[in-house]
Design a protein around this ligand. Structure first.
Ligand SMILES: Cc1cc2nc3c(=O)[nH]c(=O)nc-3n(C[C@H](O)[C@H](O)[C@H](O)COP(=O)(O)OP(=O)(O)OC[C@H]3O[C@@H](n4cnc5c(N)ncnc54)[C@H](O)[C@@H]3O)c2cc1C
Length: 423
């Protein structure tokens, strides 16, 4: 221990809780703990909100009550295998390593198991707007947020009919609200469309953010203004120290009784070292911005192609679906290229803003639910990752749940479905 103190200029700081990772999940957790009177040290190797929480489509998805299942339809699986669509790509060399978590993902996606997973998943997402709302107001970040919902747009009447049936089911089963917009009306509402569409389902409750990384940064500023300590450091230096935990940062060594792993797609770099074998994998995704003379008024999913068209401060952000690959494998922006072609078919799209696409990774678990709760074999250690397609949405709601558990309060949502012990 002496050597560690010397290495870090002899400074040892004390906090109540170390939060490792300053994406949407970690920053929200830090704020929720701070609200409960805890001294929190938030640690990241970069500035807050510069990784996955920067590059997403910026949707606070109140409608996303059901997670994405693994397809059980053989035609769909065949299409994916031959890389026929835009929504899914994979690296063949990654498949042996992915075989086990993907097999479990397939198993959990059978209709009966999936029904239970979706019910449990929906319980947390129900709170996404109210939990973001208070943070947005306290952070003074209202200008970043549009409270206008977003649309799933369909190119063909048959896809539109299926989309409406799906929306009606979500309304019946979960109270998710929508309106239907026909093709002519959609063309009038969005003059940037150059191709007549069959119509759209307008999800009226969700919000969207013009710069997702900036929202996380504004939450992190709020945390600092309220006395929180943000510092650069390597989370993999975390080690048990006495009855608590110790991490080495650029400011020195920080000790705390409790530590939270909120490292998103990098969580298993630490959990594996601690001896946990959790069924984690990533679905990588790309984005690129484009200029538009007549910008979209709200985000729009091109349903048949699975690409999200999200108006942002930097331009129209086109985000892609899932790429199954190793987290650190080189970028293969096949989907980005195809997404641009598809978007140009329906939109008056200008030039690309960046020279190359951004690449990030959704942190996924095989049963589609995040892991929120205590580490089974390490007192004082908490796991908070695996929020997959909706981590930007879930940050504050999930952060509140974990903070309540850490502080010994009655959890506002039953945490049992998210426990690490379920695996
Ligand atoms: C293309 C795309 C579109 C998406 N669209 C949406 C959407 O519209 N709505 C939605 O809700 N979700 C969306 N998502 C998912 C969402 O972005 C993620 O679920 C969410 O950002 C995960 O947040 P996180 O805090 O867990 O991870 P991250 O934001 O990745 O944060 C993890 C942090 O850990 C830090 N870190 C890693 N290793 C170390 C280390 N050794 N030491 C110190 N720090 C470390 C990283 O620097 C990073 O800041 C999308 C994702 C993608 C890829």
């Amino acid at each position: 221990m002496e050597a560690l103190l010397v290495m870090t200029r002899g400074v040892v700081m004390q906090a109540d809780v170390l939060v490792l990772g300053a994406g949407m999940i970690g920053v929200s957790t830090a704020l929720q703990l701070q609200r409960r009177g805890r001294q929190v040290a938030l640690i990241d190797r970069r500035a807050p909100g510069e990784e996955t929480s920067y590059g997403n489509a910026g949707l606070i998805q109140r409608e996303a009550v059901e997670p994405y299942p693994f397809p059980h339809d053989s035609r769909m699986i065949f299409k994916v295998m031959r890389k026929g669509g835009i929504d899914v790509n994979y690296h063949p060399l990654a498949l042996p390593r992915l075989a086990s978590p993907l097999a479990q993902y397939w198993w959990w996606s059978s209709p009966s198991r999936y029904a239970r997973v979706a019910r449990e998943y929906s319980r947390l997402i129900e709170h996404c707007l109210s939990e973001h709302d208070s943070l947005i107001r306290e952070a003074g970040a209202d200008a970043l947020v549009r409270q206008t919902g977003w649309r799933t747009a369909f190119r063909t009447p048959s896809a539109m009919a299926q989309g409406i049936a799906h929306a009606e089911r979500l309304q019946r089963e979960y109270g998710v609200e929508h309106t239907v917009v026909d093709g002519a009306e959609l063309g009038r509402l969005e003059p940037g469309l150059r191709h007549p569409m069959a119509g759209a389902v307008h999800w009226t409750q969700p919000w969207s953010v013009r710069d997702p990384g900036a929202l996380v940064a504004s939450y992190a500023d709020l945390f600092r203004q309220r006395g929180g300590h943000f510092v650069n450091g390597d989370a993999t230096t975390l080690a048990q120290h006495g009855k608590g935990w110790r991490v080495t940062t650029q400011d020195g060594v920080i000790d705390a009784e409790q530590a939270v792993i909120a490292l998103g797609p990098w969580a298993d770099t630490l959990t594996r070292r601690l001896g946990y074998r959790l069924p984690l994998f990533v679905k990588r995704g790309y984005h690129r911005h484009y200029t538009m003379r007549k910008p979209l008024s709200m985000a729009m999913l091109d349903a048949e192609n699975g690409i999200m068209l999200a108006p942002m401060n930097r331009g129209l952000r086109i985000t892609t679906g899932a790429e199954f690959a190793r987290l650190d494998a080189r970028a293969t922006p096949l989907q980005s290229g195809r997404a641009e072609v598809a978007a140009r078919q329906i939109l008056e799209l200008g030039e690309a803003v960046e020279a190359a696409s951004w690449l990030g990774a959704r942190p996924c678990t095989s049963d589609m639910k995040p892991i929120i709760g205590p580490a089974p074999r390490h007192p004082g250690l908490w796991l908070h990752f695996g929020h997959a397609h909706q981590g930007f949405t879930l940050g504050p709601a999930s952060g509140r749940l974990l903070a309540e558990m850490i502080c010994g309060e009655t959890p506002y949502v039953d945490p049992a479905p998210y426990a690490a012990t379920r695996f």
